[in-house]
Write a protein that binds this ligand. Structure first.
Ligand code: ATP
Length: 365
């Protein structure tokens, strides 16, 4: 039995706005689930319904098989970390972490043990006497996490907990939160709009858009088998490139290059697409530059280089494929010159096809 079950969950706000539609998800004990999607897609609303901070308009939410729709946040055994970590400014780190337990009337000795153990996990031992204003952003965030995990609840909810940190601190805290999760084993639901956070931290990711789940899967599944153009474009950085074309005489136009669909799809798939508009998708990192002979089992495309961006471990090349802007991610060592004509190949295995109207993926076999 799943530990958490969200079954047909909907949220309609009092003003009539339907923020979450038919949300279905089963979460196993100990899983790290990330809700990801652009601003306004309903991630926080769903998380707040799980926490009990927002009522569920329709559907059932079960913890361990028990329906808890009407239970208060306290009775759901959840702990939550928000974007603004809201520490008590006049209290020390120790007091911020122990406050909740003190309120519950837990024995001082027990509290001390718990605070010391949690501080050790989070690397906060030497800061226990400090006030929040005497800490860096990352340290404050750790106190907020500590305050939540000290209660040893079964469900840990986090809403954009790293968004107030700078890029470097975010990377550090990302791995710290993953490690804390490994140590505590708490079932975690984490909300972010950052696909890198989702990809690096999640056991499974729920991609949302406009209140609807688009796809649920492991980072690997979402990257390699996106179900639609939205997921394909949202997961991966830089995003997947798309070239739209109507299938004519079994071929599509990739700029000035005509490509036979059946070269990389089965014959029945190619035949079924005749006359349809499709989107040909490829990831920037799967393009291979070549001079002369095109590599075997790949589609070759020519384009004009508009701009190159050296990022250290790779270079992003902004290109124009006869009017379609795309990006290639290549080895940084011999960047092509601006305005030059270049050719690149996309291995058949890395080609994606989508129905341009429904935006759903088209299976190639
Ligand atoms: P963000 O990343 O910006 O926080 P989100 O995906 O978490 O976005 P939500 O905060 O869940 O999005 O909001 C989903 C939608 O519901 C948004 O369009 C928002 O404007 C709307 N919404 C949120 N709270 C309310 C409310 N109290 N009343 C009416 N509409 C609301």
């Amino acid at each position: 039995m799943a530990y958490l079950t969200l079954s047909g969950i909907n949220k309609i706000y009092p003003n009539g706005f339907h923020a979450v539609h038919d949300f279905n998800l089963e979460v196993d004990k100990g899983e790290f689930i990330v809700f990801v999607g652009p601003s306004g897609c309903g991630k926080s609303t769903t998380l707040r319904m799980i926490a009990g901070l927002e009522s569920i308009s329709k559907g059932d939410f079960l913890i361990n098989g028990e329906r808890v729709n009407e239970k208060s946040p306290r009775d759901r055994e959840v702990a939550m970390v928000f974007q603004s970590y809201a520490l008590y400014p006049h209290m020390s780190v120790y007091e911020n972490m122990s406050f909740g337990l003190t309120l519950q009337g837990v024995d001082e000795d027990v509290i001390e043990k718990k605070v010391l153990a949690t501080a050790k996990v989070l690397g906060l031992t030497e800061y226990l006497d400090r006030k929040p204003r005497e800490l860096s952003g990352g340290q404050r965030q750790r106190v907020a996490v500590g305050r939540a995990i000290i209660r040893k609840v079964g469900i840990f909810l986090m809403d954009e907990p790293l968004s107030n940190l700078d890029a470097k601190q975010r990377v550090t805290m990302r791995s710290e939160i993953t490690q804390i999760h490994r140590q505590t084993g708490a079932t975690t639901i984490y909300v972010t709009h950052d696909q890198t956070e989702a990809m690096t931290m999640a056991d499974r990711i729920v991609v949302m858009k406009d209140g609807y789940i688009q796809q649920i899967g492991t980072p690997y599944e979402l990257y390699f088998n996106p179900v639609n153009m939205f997921v394909a474009g949202f997961i991966g950085e830089p995003p997947m490139n798309f070239i739209r074309s109507v299938v004519t005489d079994g071929c599509i136009d990739l700029g000035s290059t005509k490509v036979k669909l059946s070269d990389f799809t089965s014959a029945p798939v190619a035949a079924g697409l005749e006359g349809k508009e499709i989107a040909f998708g490829f990831r920037p990192e799967h393009a291979v530059l070549y001079n002369g002979e095109k590599p075997a089992d790949s589609v070759g495309v020519s384009c004009t280089v508009e701009l190159t961006e050296l990022l250290g471990d790779n270079t992003n090349v902004y290109i124009d494929i006869d009017g379609v802007a795309s990006i290639l991610k290549i080895d940084p060592h011999e960047p092509p010159a601006t305005d030059s004509r270049i050719s690149f190949a996309i291995p058949y295995g890395h080609i994606y096809l989508f129905d341009a109207e429904t935006e759903k993926v088209i299976r190639k076999e």
